[in-house]
Design a protein. Structure first.
Length: 368
């Protein structure tokens, strides 16, 4: 029995002390008509890892594969390798997505990492200026995805930047169900976001971002995957009750169900979908299925991100996810962050040609 499973932890009722709440089109088609949005198709997409759990020294080679080039950056831009400055790894995620369509470039920050110190260090060493970023997406309201936000802080911003989140519950205070008592995870500072020039846009339905990316909207639990999230949230603390689902307004604390989690997606011309799954608390397969459904594009070129196939999920679920991926048949799977060793080792055994390992600084350039 796994003690981290949120549903196994008592929920504190607002009304009663013990109240509980149970709560085919081809990738080559242009443009694809979605069920509810028309998805743009970009000419090229570069994803650069700013924050992740893993770094590597200067020993990996760049590699060019069909539909993706992998460019490794290991330290201080322009300086000899093994200089005194090093990229910092931590248990968090941040990716810079730069896409081109015709002659227009769109830059989107996907998640903000865990600590501002690591973000500042890595942005500096990688030589990345975020002043020209067009938009940001926060996949969900967990500290390891928003905690580094102030590392992207812009003093006296001259323009506003839209920040997409999947629901008001992004801002609810949270507890991490990983100890006794469970440690407080806190909540994202809305006022700091505003001061830094970010305009929060709550989007539970799929959205087009800067004409080039799209978000998943609420991810349905359409496969064998369940919502499995090691946190609980406190409605009304940090978030407005009126913005929450009615069933969540009358309790003071309840297990997260990931209703607000977003995947960030692209359709790359001639290749297919690239799905950034961030933490996959609604399930990575569910995330990919949702991207396929709303885009009308079946072909999946790459899935990248944290797949969270560790507690509260089981090793059996991790192995089953490998089998589900084999059916979807993406060209590439890039596991990061919270994916876990069981999935990675099984996927490396079953479909080694699809797996690309990711490290901080790595750029993935997707182009037909
Ligand atoms: Fe995470």
């Amino acid at each position: 029995m796994n003690t981290l499973h949120g549903s196994q932890t008592p929920i504190v009722g607002r009304r009663t002390a013990l109240g509980l709440i149970a709560i085919g089109l081809s990738a080559l088609a242009l443009p694809a008509r979605a069920r509810n949005i028309t998805v743009p198709q970009v000419d090229a997409l570069t994803l650069q890892v700013l924050i992740d759990n893993a770094t590597f020294g200067p020993f990996l080679s760049d590699v060019s594969l069909p539909g993706v080039s992998v460019v490794r950056h290991t330290g201080d831009a322009g300086k000899p390798v093994m200089s005194r400055a090093a990229l910092h790894a931590e248990f968090g995620l941040s990716i810079l997505a730069t896409s081109q369509m015709d002659r227009t470039t769109a830059k989107v920050i996907v998640d903000f990492g865990y600590t501002p110190e690591a973000v500042r260090n890595n942005l500096s060493l990688l030589g990345i200026d975020v002043s020209d970023v067009d938009a940001a997406v926060l996949s969900h309201g967990h500290l390891d995805h928003y905690g580094g936000f102030s590392g992207f802080y812009r003093e006296n911003p001259s323009r506003r930047i839209p920040l997409y989140v999947g629901g008001e519950e992004t801002f609810c205070e949270r507890l991490a169900m990983i100890g006794t008592p469970p440690p407080l995870m806190g909540s994202l500072d809305r006022e700091a976001l505003a001061r830094a020039g970010f305009d929060v846009r709550i989007a539970s339905t799929p959205q087009i971002i800067k004409g080039q990316a799209f978000t998943s909207g609420t991810i349905p639990l359409s496969s064998f995957e369940r919502a499995a999230i090691p946190t609980q949230m406190r409605p009304g603390k940090g978030c407005n009750l009126a913005g929450l689902a009615p069933a969540k307004r009358d309790v003071t604390q309840l297990p997260d169900d990931g209703e607000h989690e977003l995947a960030t997606c692209y359709a790359v011309k001639g290749l297919g979908l690239v799905v950034i799954a961030s933490c996959s608390h609604r399930g990575v397969i569910n995330s990919v299925r949702q991207a396929q459904k709303i885009s009308g594009i079946d072909n999946v070129h790459a899935v990248i991100g944290g797949f969270h196939l560790v507690r509260p999920r089981t090793e059996e679920e991790a192995r089953r996810t490998v089998a589900e991926f084999a059916a979807i048949d993406p060209a590439y799977i890039i596991p990061m962050h919270c994916t876990g060793d069981t999935f990675i080792s099984a996927a490396m055994r079953v479909m080694p040609q699809k797996i690309i390992r990711s490290y901080i600084g790595t750029e993935f350039v997707f182009k037909a």
